[in-house]
Design a protein around this ligand. Sequence first.
Ligand SMILES: [Zn+2]
Length: 139
Amino acid sequence: MKDCSYCGCENADTAARCIQCGTDEFVDAAVGDGLSTSAQKGRMALVRDYPKPIVVVGLWIFYLPGFVANSCAALACLLSGMDFLPGLLWFLISGALAVFCGYALYRSVKNYKIHRARFLRELANDLRSNTAESLDATT
Ligand SMILES: [Zn+2]
């Protein structure tokens, strides 16, 4: 098995891409003991990159009204008929903006979930290795 360098998901050794997030970068299995410098460096980056819930909430506050407003605008254009060019143009613009906002919301939540899963996983690894070290010290 090898671990995805982005989300930490375990993949088969033959996998070209992560089954969880699709990235093609994997942690070298030879240094996967959790104590190597590269793993510690990765952990530092992880702490820095871990998106705070407030960032996700902020994105929702920013994008959700845009998504709702543009969806309504697109629907209104659709209902009022698109028999003239400005109506069609407005429909396309508001529809595209609605899709963009919806995609931004989806990505923010997906990234947050992936990073949180990886963060908790690393945290569990840390606790395990710390426990093992303290056990070694007492014996
Ligand atoms: Zn992954």
